[in-house]
Design a protein around this ligand. Structure first.
Ligand code: SF4
Length: 342
């Protein structure tokens, strides 16, 4: 039975019929664990392969590390000049004011760091991070991530947004969040007000991996954000047993677009420790992208993207359609296309 509390301990999962106490508690010794009541309620406990359970219910395979996996898969640490900042590209950087989330994904790329409200930046650390942004005039876009920045209280979020808005060279503030699907009741009028600033443009990227996450409350939260004038992007991680079928991705991307969320990235899973059971080979990901091309319009197509291990940035890894004068159509037909040849 699911109650209205976030599931955190083995006994909570056992009482909800989702996992054995000992398994959850063993995994929780190493990685943060939480499932919101809304997401727990979406799980079909009778289905061993439930895609929502697979994303959030701890599994002993998380305690096995494959040879290629690493603690800091995208090299955040190497590009962090001050606490709470990751500055990898000249014109944009990450600001991570906190490292806790409403729910902990079992494949999280920052799983060695997330969890615990005590890991949030204190006032002095946040001031130092903002000073760094002020001092770097080449920074056009600030990506606020974590953890989940919408876990900040509306007054604290508003203060941070105003401080960023007061930095003239910052033109775009992009927040990355799981809250609209994981805990949409937090998308209150006060929180939306906190995102309303005068000068810079605010974007919100929503992490969502399966159509069922777009529940009725999630849909209402997305509409409220969209009505407030905030453009919405969708971020999806390609995951074995969750969304590794073309029809599953199609249903997800249609649901996102119908809720005014533009699918932005389909992420190849990062090499975080204990996530091998979620990994889909790149060739399979490319085949899925090819199949999607014929199934849904361009507005539903994300870019299939790899964050290069070690912190070297993101690159598209989708299928190539035009090579050596031959272009492939969406049905697999080959056609000559060489207008540049003379
Ligand atoms: S919401 Fe994001 S940061 Fe938090 S556990 Fe999931 S993937 Fe990690």
């Amino acid at each position: 039975m699911i109650n209205n509390r976030t599931l955190r301990r083995g006994e909570d999962f056992a009482a909800a019929g989702l996992a054995e106490t000992e398994i959850v508690d063993r995994v929780a010794e190493r990685y943060a664990v939480a499932v919101t009541p809304l997401l727990a309620g979406l799980i079909d406990a009778e289905n061993e392969d439930d895609p929502i359970a697979r994303q959030f219910v701890p599994d002993l395979r998380e305690l096995e590390t494959a040879p290629a996996e690493r603690a800091d898969p995208i090299g955040d640490h190497a590009f962090s000049p001050v606490k709470g900042i990751v500055h990898r590209y000249p014109d944009r950087l990450l600001l991570t004011p906190l490292l806790h989330c409403p729910v902990y994904c079992r494949f999280c790329f920052r799983r060695e760091r997330v969890g615990g409200a005590e890991k949030a930046l204190d006032e002095a650390e946040l001031t130092a991070a903002l000073d760094y942004i002020r001092a770097h005039e080449e920074v056009w876009e600030v990506v606020i991530t974590g953890g989940d920045p919408l876990m900040l209280s509306p007054p604290r979020l508003a203060a941070m947004m105003r401080a960023l808005d007061a930095i003239p060279h910052v033109r775009i503030i992009r927040l990355h969040s799981r809250i609209p699907v994981a805990d949409p009741d937090r998308i209150t009028a006060d929180l939306i007000d906190a995102l309303q600033i005068d000068r810079a443009t605010v974007w919100l990227a929503v992490h969502c991996n399966h159509e069922r996450e777009v529940s009725a409350p999630a849909s209402a939260a997305l509409r409220a954000l969209s009505r407030a004038g905030i453009p919405l992007l969708g971020q999806t991680v390609l995951l074995r047993g969750v969304n590794d079928k073309a029809e599953t991705l199609e249903a997800l991307f249609r649901a996102l677009v119908a809720n005014r969320v533009k699918p932005y990235y389909l992420h190849q899973l990062d090499l975080a420790a204990g996530t091998d059971h979620f990994r889909v080979p790149v060739e399979e990901g490319r085949a899925l992208m090819r199949e999607l091309r014929g199934r849904v319009s361009g507005v539903c197509q994300p870019t299939y993207i790899l964050d290069i291990p070690g912190g070297h940035g993101k690159v598209p890894i989708g299928p190539a359609y035009l090579e050596e004068g031959i272009v492939m159509d969406w049905q697999g037909g080959a056609h000559d296309y060489a207008p540049d040849r003379r």
